[in-house]
Design a binder for this molecule. Structure first.
Ligand SMILES: [Zn+2]
Length: 183
């Protein structure tokens, strides 16, 4: 076994030679590292793995994640992943989600809790979707005063200052048990 340190996005092998294993993804051509770690090509099973001391878990396509919004840009949000399919993860892997088609001023704010579905892995970046009804914001606060908000149809209203604002709310918004959701 060769022990070579790799960085996220590094080419590990061609997809004709090896399949993706732990902490790797394929870009349609090459198997690439999804995390920092040690290169491990299993010549018998033809599976390429990246060993990481903490076994960082990388969500797969179709997984539903819950995470914390780390940054909000004009047409996308970056989310630090806290749960993958309901299981906690401490690896703090980030995904990005396009918000361009949502026609909302504030899809989500920094530090909001959101649930997203993983769409694909492209060039070392994990892309997620927010459009489906069960996806979107699970927890948010008032943008003006930081107060608690309640849902009013598609909008939210602050119970402290009465500010009305928009988010892309999940159908599970307001369900305080969201971290216990298993599916
Ligand atoms: Zn307020």
């Amino acid at each position: 076994m060769s022990e070579i340190g790799v960085l996220p996005g590094d080419k590990i092998a061609s997809i004709e030679e090896y399949e993706t294993g732990h902490n790797t993804f394929d870009d349609g051509n090459m198997v690439r590292a999804a995390t920092v770690g040690i290169h491990d090509l299993n010549k018998e099973t033809r599976v390429a793995n990246i060993k990481h001391p903490k076994m960082i878990s990388i969500p797969r396509v179709g997984d539903v994640i819950i995470g914390t919004v780390a940054a909000v840009m004009s047409s996308m949000i970056a989310v630090s992943i806290d749960y993958i399919n309901g299981k906690p993860t401490t690896s703090k892997v980030e995904c990005i989600c396009s918000t361009r088609n949502l026609r909302k001023k504030n899809v989500a704010l920094v530090n909001d809790i959101v649930t997203l579905k993983i769409l694909n892995h492209l060039n070392g970046t994990i892309h997620a979707a927010i459009e489906e009804p069960h996806l979107g914001v699970l927890f948010t606060k008032c943008r003006k005063c930081g107060g608690k908000v309640v849902q009013m149809r598609d909008a939210i209203k602050c119970i402290d200052c009465a500010w009305i604002d928009e988010r892309k709310l999940s159908a599970n918004f307001g369900n305080s048990d969201f971290v216990k959701l298993r599916e």
